[in-house]
Design a protein around this ligand. Structure first.
Ligand code: GLN
Length: 537
């Protein structure tokens, strides 16, 4: 069959869940037997979000192939349970970099390079790559930002052109908007939706479906009104009221008839009946009241929870498996240094230090690690959290008081976390980064091995520094166990303490492989240890 394309645009305001809607629709189509992939088009000029502050952008989500991508890719992978690859996230920066490189090579000799057709052609070329790279039969394409933004115009123009390139019958436009609520009169307003649809039409794109997001119930008359003013069928206006349970969105779309409608419009027949029993169980499980456990997440971007999106999701997936409700206590590590925020750490039954870069708040994180080690509180360290677990141990147990990672202190007398010798001298940011899937062998009898229940695993990485091998033996002699090692023996992937209920650090990011229906074994083992401690208190 010809590849089908579903284009998602956003109207009125951003952050209303366009990514989740696209991810959920992907699931509906997968449930009907189709191979699906989702691609995000990001209008910013950075080549990828890797160098952007999490405050600006939220988490950087890493794929199997090492691509550093938008956090929406995390939603896509979690909802659809597919592994995407680097063609699934395009930025304006990548598109221009490619076109300018070609221009310098002389590929367009004699030509004037313009947004139309050169930039739009490159965008279309990259959209076309998704089906080939992933084997998808239906490609969902989400445009970042909202209609009306200057920087998304070339993307929208490319989508407009694609409708004729691949055939109108093979494409569908879905516009996700927001209905503001006026408190004084207690009514929802459709005017901003009407405006954003007319703006979309001015660009040459007519929506086939409108997903109307709101915090309040949407009456049928309002649906009819949106249909009338925006020229879409009434059954193609999908009311989507905010739900506290993210994983309920596919069920809501299914109930609204979206899956069947979309297939019909694309001229497709479902290959099988969707089976929602697992999702329904999942959602019921989330809603069921369970004993609460508290985990202190000690990070430096804690004001913006999106910066730890996958960690938060992985904790909740693991909570479901362990039969507990994980409540996250957000702790700013720099606050701990000023003796503030410790009450949250003390009330918690587990401590988690996630990944991070840069020296702000490092000492606060080390203090949190020490607290967890000394008080035998279950601890999970992710990437930087693993490195600091090793630093703290070297300081307190090996007695090297200024031990550190050379990322934070070049002149430390114990550089227990360091660059590998072959990485030195590379200055391009990202050039030395270990990114993507790497294998890891587990040591029998360890926490890690008993969590995974298999001898060899592959996990996603995003870091520059590694455990310094010259310290391995000394650390081991004092009770640190290297329970995960790269198959060539060169790199420590997991460190844990033998003499502790659960103190595990992973050099990789297990959170990126946790799925609601397949919680990550390391997170499950951690949350079980936390629940056990909470039960004893
Ligand atoms: N900053 C550390 C490194 O580069 C850890 C990175 C991370 O936590 N993702 O190795």
């Amino acid at each position: 069959m010809a590849t089908k394309y579903i284009f998602f645009t956003g109207g009125v305001v951003s952050s209303v869940g366009k990514g989740v809607t696209a991810a959920a629709l992907g699931r509906l189509l997968k449930e009907r037997g189709f191979a699906v992939a989702v691609q995000k088009l990001d209008p910013y000029i950075n080549v990828d979000p890797g160098t952007m502050s999490p405050y600006q952008h939220g988490e950087v989500y890493v794929l199997d192939d090492g691509a550093e991508t938008d956090l929406d890719l995390g939603h896509y992978e979690r909802f659809i349970d597919v592994s995407l690859n680097r063609v699934c996230n395009i930025t304006t920066g990548q598109v221009y970099a490619e076109v300018i490189a070609k221009e310098r090579r002389g590929d367009y000799l004699g030509g004037t390079i313009q947004v139309i057709p050169h930039i739009t052609n490159e965008i279309k070329r990259r959209i076309g790559l998704v089906a080939k790279a992933t084997g998808a039969e239906i490609v969902l394409v989400e445009v970042g930002g909202t209609v009306g933004d200057i920087e998304s115009l070339p993307f929208l123009e490319a989508l407009r052109q694609m409708r004729s390139d691949v055939g109108r019958e093979n494409t569908l436009n879905i516009h996700v908007t927001w209905l503001p609520h006026i408190g004084a009169t207690n009514e929802l307003k459709t005017k901003p939706t009407q405006h954003s649809v007319s703006e979309l039409r001015a660009i040459g794109i007519a929506p086939n479906m409108i997903v109307a997001r709101s915090d309040y119930p949407i009456a049928d008359e309002l649906r009819a009104k949106i249909a009338l003013f925006c020229d879409v069928e009434e059954r193609a206006v999908v009311p989507m009221v905010t739900t506290p349970v993210l994983y309920e969105v596919p069920l809501l779309l299914e109930r609204a008839g979206v899956g069947d409608y979309v297939l019909q419009k694309l001229g497709l027949e479902a290959r099988r009946r969707p089976d929602w029993s697992e999702w329904e169980r999942l959602v019921a499980d989330v809603r069921r009241s369970k004993p609460k456990v508290k985990i202190a997440l000690v990070g430096k971007y804690v004001e913006l929870h999106d910066a730890y999106m996958s960690v938060r999701e992985a904790l909740h997936h693991a909570g479901m498996a362990a039969g507990v409700d994980v409540e996250i206590g957000w702790v700013h590590s720099a606050e701990l240094e000023r003796n503030r925020g410790w009450d949250i750490v003390r009330q918690a039954d587990g401590v988690l230090v996630p990944g991070g870069f840069g020296s702000r708040g490092i000492e606060g994180k080390i203090q949190a690690v020490r607290y967890a080690r000394e008080n035998k509180i279950p601890y999970l360290g992710l990437c930087l959290g693993m490195q600091l677990m090793v630093v703290e141990f070297t300081r307190s147990v090996l007695g090297c008081e200024d031990a550190n990672s050379t990322e934070f202190d070049h002149s430390t007398s114990c550089p227990v976390i360091d660059l590998m010798p072959d990485q030195r001298g590379i200055s391009d940011m990202g050039g030395t980064m270990r990114l993507g899937l790497y294998p890891c062998e587990l040591q029998e009898g360890s926490h890690a091995a008993s969590a995974y229940q298999k001898p060899l695993v592959e996990e996603r990485h995003r870091h520059r520094f590694e455990l310094n091998n010259t310290y391995r033996e000394t650390l081991q002699a004092k009770g640190m166990r290297f329970s995960g090692i790269s198959p060539d023996g060169r790199l420590v992937e997991i460190a844990e303490l033998a003499d502790h209920p659960f103190m595990v650090g992973t050099q990789f990011h297990p959170e990126f492989l946790s799925r609601p229906n397949r919680p990550h074994p390391i997170f499950v083992a951690f949350v079980r240890a936390v629940a056990e401690r909470a039960g004893r208190n």
